[in-house]
Design a protein around this ligand. Structure first.
Ligand SMILES: Nc1nc2c(ncn2[C@@H]2O[C@H](COP(=O)(O)OP(=O)(O)O)[C@@H](O)[C@H]2O)c(=O)[nH]1
Ligand SMILES: [Mg+2]
Length: 401
């Protein structure tokens, strides 16, 4: 049990504590704070036209904001710190961050290039963000991107330069009403950070770090369909893994301490911690009480749909296996397999409920549970469960001998 649960725990710890640190770096006023705010979708870092909104060059004064697994770190501008101090700062950023966003607002100055070289030497994943792209025409923007690519050749891998408009300047728009009356209005064009999010996701995926990024608010709203799909897929993959590990752990425990088959559905209540962990994967944490209620709902539907007929079927199967002169191991494994099955149904139902944002949908829990029951090949799931549990029980026995 300790073994299997340990595995599950490690995976969850990775999810919950495997934070990713992304630091914005660059000159004062290029829009580092604005960019981080745009990524967060909230104004959490102070940003503004007055030079040096982010004043302190002191590392302790650096601000960090949790975006749900990803920490965004705002840093002071580099042009206030010269020479040695800048070098130290660059090392410190690179040493702490998993990913550096090197923000510029046009072509690179010589001090920017020097800082970029220092960071590149740290071999940390880095992105060059060309912010304030809204200030350029389409053709100037393309020209600048080409220049930036040329000047950073050898320092950055291909595809690491992204244009953004974190806080685009307001534009004068003329509105004409029905009477032909014209009014001039100041409007802010939409922020452009979608390409940056896409690139960030690609880097995290290449580094095998998407697990920690699953619940990052950065990848929740205003992302491409592809990212949104990947997030859902990854959550499902992870949830399936957790459910499977839990099934195995539960199966082994029940196999070792057989309980009356009729009690197995009741024993599903033990699955509260499974549901709690699943709820964290979906970023919708549940209390033990809430998880217990959910399990009661699922258990009730299971009992209605499967009934005691089902339990008796398994009871007799288990007894037959036992009386047929087979090892007690096999009887134990059969019991364990039934426990596995109930935990599987509970886990999958809970996953569906969480996937829909803590809702059973219009059709209610009965429909969801019956769909799950219909979708699993019960015999092959039980056979597989029995095999796995038997293998585990034999291994444990061999270890004891
Ligand atoms: N036009 C334009 N202005 C921006 C953009 N991003 C930031 N700014 C402005 O640039 C100024 C400095 O931004 P701030 O985030 O404080 O820069 P920081 O010193 O690098 O943190 C602010 O007045 C922002 O409104 C952008 O994408 N387009
Ligand atoms: Mg700032």
């Amino acid at each position: 049990m300790a073994d299997e649960l340990g595995q599950v725990q490690t995976m969850l710890d990775k999810l919950e504590y495997g934070h990713i640190h992304i630091a914005a770096f660059g000159r004062v006023g290029v829009g580092k704070s604005a960019l981080l705010n745009a990524l967060l979708g909230e104004r959490r870092f102070s940003s503004g036209p007055l030079h040096g909104e982010t004043k302190r060059a002191d590392i302790a004064a650096w601000q960090a904001q949790d975006a749900g697994g990803i920490y965004l770190i705002d840093t002071p501008g580099i042009n206030e710190v010269e020479g040695e101090a800048r070098e130290r700062l660059a090392h410190e950023v690179a040493g702490r961050a998993d990913l550096v966003l090197f923000v510029v607002e046009g072509d690179l100055s010589s001090s920017e290039l020097a800082a970029l070289r220092l960071l590149a030497a740290e071999h940390r994943p880095m992105l060059l963000v060309f912010n304030k792209a809204d200030r350029y025409t389409r053709s100037d923007r393309a020209l600048l991107l080409t220049t930036l690519t040329e000047r950073t050749a050898g320092l950055l891998p291909a595809g690491r330069i992204v244009a953004t408009s974190a806080d685009p300047a307001e534009q004068l728009v003329v509105q004409v009403d029905e009477a032909g009356q014209e009014t001039e209005l100041l409007r802010q064009p939409p922020q452009q950070v979608a390409d940056l999010k896409e690139t960030l996701w690609n880097i995290l995926e290449a580094e095998g770090k998407t697990l920690s990024a699953l619940n990052a608010s950065l990848f929740a709203g205003q992302v491409s369909d592809r990212i949104a799909r990947r997030v859902i897929e990854l959550k499902k993959e992870l949830a399936d893994k957790v459910v499977r590990n839990w099934c195995l752990a539960k199966g082994v425990v029940v196999g070792l301490n057989p309980i009356p088959v009729a009690d197995l559905i009741g024993a599903a209540a033990v699955d509260a911690s499974l549901v709690i962990h699943l709820s964290r994967i979906y970023g919708l944490p549940m209390s033990r009480h809430e998880a217990g209620q959910l399990i009661r709902t699922i258990g009730y539907q299971m009992a209605l749909l499967m009934g005691t007929v089902w339990a008796i079927h398994f009871l007799s199967a288990a007894l037959k296996a036992g009386s047929g002169g087979l090892s007690t191991f096999l009887t134990a494994a059969t019991q364990g397999a039934v426990a596995w099955y109930t935990t599987y149904v509970v886990g999958q139902a809970a996953r569906r409920y969480l996937e829909q944002g803590k809702s059973w949908g219009e059709q209610g829990p009965k429909r969801v549970v019956s769909e799950i029951l219909a979708s699993v090949d019960r015999e092959s799931l039980l056979a597989e469960a029995r095999e796995e549990i038997l293998a585990r029980l034999r291994r444990d026995k061999a270890q004891k001998e």
